[in-house]
Structures are given as C-alpha cells and as structure tokens.
Write a protein that binds this ligand. Structure first.
Ligand code: TRP
Length: 436
C-alpha cells in the first residue's frame, strides 16, 4: 500500500525540522574553532557573505526540488530525467556514509553524558578518552544505541516521529545554549574568549580561508546530499522558499556563534590552547568542566545539548535514505528503517574500531573513520552540490520562478546557479583533492 504523502503540520514545524537537520556537531565544535583560527571577525564576515549570496542558492534549489516533486531524492532526480536517477542514489550514499562516522561520535556523547549524569567524572580526560574510544564492545554498543535513539523517530513517521522530536528538542537546545552562554560570559576568560572569536585579523584573509568557509557552510547547512530536499518535500505548497532559506541560515549561524560564546570563555579561563574536533569536546572542555563549580550539572547540560543537536541531525540523515528506500524498493517505512539501521550498524563497526584494533588498517593513509570523513566532506559534498546546481539550472524549467522569484534578484541568482556556483564547487573539489 502506498504511504500517504506526509506534510509538516505547520510552518514552524518545517523550520524546526530543517534547523534540526542543520544544527549539529558542525555548529558546536567546528564553527567556533575555525572562526578563531581563520581570523575571527574577518572569517565571520566572509562566511556571512558566502552563505548569504552563494550557499543560499543550492539551499533554495534543494528545497524547491523537494517542493515541486513532493518525492524523495532518488525519485526527484529520476523525474527530472531518468539519466539522473543514479545521481540521486549517490546523494543517498553520501548521507549514509556520513552517518557511519557521525553516529560513532553520537555514541561517545552518550558515554560522556552518562559520566556526568552519574557524577563519575574521570580525573584525567586526556588519558580517559583514547582508552575509552579504543575499546571494542562499549563504543560499538553505544553507537548502535545512538542509532536506535535516532531511528525511533523516522520509524514512527514524519508527523508522529520526526516532527515531534524536533518540536521538543530544538527549543530545549536553544534554552540550554543560551543558559550556558550566559554562564560562560560570567567567567574570567570571557573577554579573551570573545576576542579570540571576534577580533578581526586581516592578515588571515586568503584563499584557504575562503575555501574553508565554503566547506563549512555546506556541511553545516546539510546541503549536497538530498537531506534538505527530503525535508522540503514535506513542506506546504504555499511556503516561501527564499524567506525560509534565510530563516534557516539565520538560526544556524546564531547557534554557531552562541556555541563559540559558550565554549571560548571556558577555554580561555584556563589558559589552554583552543583545539579542534574530538579533542575539544571530549578532552579539553570536560577537563575544564571538572574544575568549575557544579561540574556534573554543567557537563550534563552541555552533553544533553550536543546530544539533541546530534540526534536531530541523525534523524534527518536516516530519513533521507528511508524516504528513497520506501519509494524505490516499494517497502514499508518500518522495514526501510530497520534495514537501513542494520546496514549502518555493520559499516559503523570499522569506524568505531578506527580508534582501537583497526588503527593500522589504512585506506590512502587514513583510518576508516577519517577516510569516510574525507570522501564525504572533501569530495562528495562539493561534487554533489555542483551537480545539483547544474541539473536544476539546466534541466528544471520552473526553477527560477519557484526558487528565487521573477525579479532582478531572481535573475542574478539564476545566472549564478547556471554558470558560477557549479564552477565554484568544482574548484572546491579540486582544491580538496590537492590537499590530500
Ligand atoms: N549539518 C550537520 C551538522 O552541522 C551535519 C550534516 C551534514 C547533516 N550532512 C547532513 C545532518 C545531512 C543531516 C543530514 O552537524
């Protein structure tokens, strides 16, 4: 039996769902760190410019393709031209590969939340983290637990599951983030933390900075893999695309900035060097929490916040693949969810083991985990984005009217879509490949 096409109950649910997809680990640790590293305010202005005038275009296009087709990613590209069906599957593959390392980090977050909730805080996180991550059984169980925590929602359906999850978790995330940011601003390192983030350093303006900003913008907005397209396919037909896209960008950027305001005052209150990635949230920050008053409360709040951000992104990754599986394999939503979860569980295992027993198993000089991160972020995301723009710009006649409107701005965006944006992302792709 065909599932009746779902639709978000109202505009707020649509916005919260897309914000839920966009706001994730990319906002909480990656954005603040690269903003500080690449010149603070100079990076911020470049990033805002790029996101408002460049990345807005693929974002609008993905939402519009979903809105027009009201179908999953694979069917949408098949409808444009059956030749593009394979490209639809490439988008789905991208999102599945991303989840095979994203969910491992989700498992770590669960472990840390448990440590702080039960007040079992280790003495030394720089010893604890590698020891924990190199384990076999527990990290695997936690990755699967995190996967199940995400999968419950698409399993229950778009309105009963996904919409409910976002309607509760996103406002809760906002409240926790604001509380923690206010707390951070009361710490002695607040001034230095804010300076690290916002102080303009014009000497840092170069092409690497611009490319980094572009890559970050794609990842943080979940562009280039059909996730936004899939959520767009559940929108009401009177939704305004351009306005919704700017709203999404506004929320996503606000969360990124607040995350920095939450993190850096803590970092600078203890005079440590700001670091990137896993080390920041799993070693340096937890270490500092344990030196501040009420570490259990502070740490629990922080990891619940990150957990919510990661779950709502995880849900969106799963739904992108599930929607395509339902439609193309003609199976039920429940069956699709179970099959996909089994697949991700199996492929995530070598990802988990990349920090332990499979540390020396390398593909192109990278562990399995790093390899997945590299092919998705550096190759597939820019490639897919360039192709989405080319396909929409050259093969979908109504794209200009539907995505941007018939006015001067619409004409400019349409020109950029057909000629400029694909070239930019192919440039990003080539540079990403050279940097190996
Ligand atoms: N935007 C998410 C973040 O900032 C990560 C992400 C990338 C994502 N691609 C996605 C989330 C696809 C959902 C769907 O962490």
């Amino acid at each position: 039996m065909e599932e009746k096409r779902a639709e978000w109950t109202n505009h707020i649910s649509f916005i919260l769902a897309t914000v839920g997809s966009a706001v994730g680990l990319g906002n909480v640790w990656r954005f603040p760190y690269i903003m500080g590293k690449y010149g603070g305010a100079v990076f911020l202005f470049t990033y805002l410019f790029l996101i408002a005038f460049i990345c807005i275009i693929p974002l609008c296009v993905e939402l519009t393709l979903g809105k027009i087709s009201r179908k999953d990613t694979v069917t949408t590209f098949n409808m444009i031209n059956p030749k593009f069906k394979g490209f639809g599957w490439l988008c789905v593959l991208t999102v599945v590969l991303i989840s095979c390392f994203y969910f491992v980090v989700g498992g770590w977050i669960l472990q840390y939340l448990w440590l702080f909730l039960t007040n079992n805080i280790p003495e030394n996180f720089s010893q604890y983290f590698p020891l924990f991550a190199s384990g076999t059984t527990i990290p695997v169980i936690l990755t699967i637990l995190f996967l199940v925590m995400c999968a419950i929602f698409p399993f229950r359906g778009v309105n009963k599951g996904i919409e409910k999850a976002n309607n509760i978790m996103m406002p809760a995330l906002a409240v926790m983030l604001i509380l923690l940011a206010i707390y951070s601003l009361s710490l002695p390192g607040a001034k230095e933390g804010l300076e690290f983030m916002f102080k303009p350093d014009f000497s840092k303006f170069d092409s690497t900075m611009v490319l980094t900003a572009l890559g970050q913008a794609l990842f943080t907005l979940s562009i280039g893999m059909g996730a936004i397209l899939t959520y767009g396919s559940y929108m009401k037909q009177d939704t305004k695309i351009l306005k919704s896209s700017y709203t999404l960008i506004g929320f996503d950027t606000t969360v990124s900035l607040l995350s920095g305001i939450m993190i850096f005052p803590i970092v600078f209150s203890f005079n440590v060097e700001p670091t990137a990635g896993p080390t920041l949230i799993f070693i340096s920050l937890p270490e500092m929490f344990s030196k501040l008053p009420f570490p259990a409360v502070l740490g629990s709040l922080f990891f619940i916040l990150i957990l919510f951000a990661a779950i709502t992104s995880g849900i969106s990754m799963l739904e992108t693949a599930i929607a395509s599986m339902i439609e193309n394999f003609k199976i039920s939503r429940k069956k699709a969810t179970v099959l996909l979860s089994l697949f991700i569980s199996v492929v995530s295992i070598p990802s988990v083991f990349s920090f332990g027993i499979m540390k020396d198993f390398q593909i192109f000089g990278k562990t399995f985990f790093d390899f997945l991160d590299f092919i998705t972020s550096n190759i597939l995301l820019p490639l897919n984005t360039a192709l989405i723009c080319l396909i929409a710009g050259w093969f979908v006649k109504s794209i200009k009217k539907e995505a941007f409107g018939e006015n001067i701005l619409g004409n400019i965006f349409y020109f950029l879509l057909k000629f400029v944006i694909p070239l930019i992302f192919i440039g990003v792709l080539i540079t990403g490949l050279i940097q190996v």
